[in-house]
Design a protein around this ligand. Sequence first.
Ligand SMILES: NC(=O)c1ccc[n+]([C@@H]2O[C@H](COP(=O)([O-])OP(=O)(O)OC[C@H]3O[C@@H](n4cnc5c(N)ncnc54)[C@H](OP(=O)(O)O)[C@@H]3O)[C@@H](O)[C@H]2O)c1
Length: 156
Amino acid sequence: MKLILIAAHDPHLVIGNNGSLPWHYSEDLKFFKKQTMGHPIVMGRVVFEELKEKPLPGRENIVLSRSRSYDHVKTFSELELALEYLCGEEKVFIIGGGEIYRQTLYRADQLIITEIKSEHKGDTWFPEYRDQIGDKWVEEWRESHPEYDFVIYTAK
Ligand SMILES: NC(=O)c1ccc[n+]([C@@H]2O[C@H](COP(=O)([O-])OP(=O)(O)OC[C@H]3O[C@@H](n4cnc5c(N)ncnc54)[C@H](OP(=O)(O)O)[C@@H]3O)[C@@H](O)[C@H]2O)c1
């Protein structure tokens, strides 16, 4: 199973503010959809609330929470149990938020990053990984746009 973290961050690794995204780029949302479609996605309870507790279609939605469980979506109270459940999958996407990225970065096989070029106010950050580019992370692909770049890093 390939574990992939997919995130958009600003130049200071900001990913969120007040429980939502600090920016809106429809092309980034389309990119996210294209990458994740057909594969399981794992998210923290805060992200699921941001989605108004509506699972994203066409993907198995897995929510991590120690405090809640939902009738309409598979919930795990431990990350390890979720990953065990998903171990037969070809690709599993970790879609955030900050707490879940922090717990999974060290074991990720790939990072799919939207580098937002403008700075944003935030209260949630992606964990530091850029100090390991060239060491642990190899930049495999980059597509540049005026306001953001899409980048794929693969673990060595
Ligand atoms: N820019 C991006 O790409 C991106 C992507 C995703 C999210 N975001 C942003 O990130 C922010 C949300 O991130 P966040 O760090 O506040 O919250 P989060 O990671 O979405 O969720 C945290 C919650 O997940 C549960 N949890 C965490 N670790 C767990 C574990 N090991 N086992 C079981 N449950 C676990 C806990 O829920 P309980 O409290 O219920 O126990 C915890 O409170 C929002 O602002 C959102 O917009 C940005």
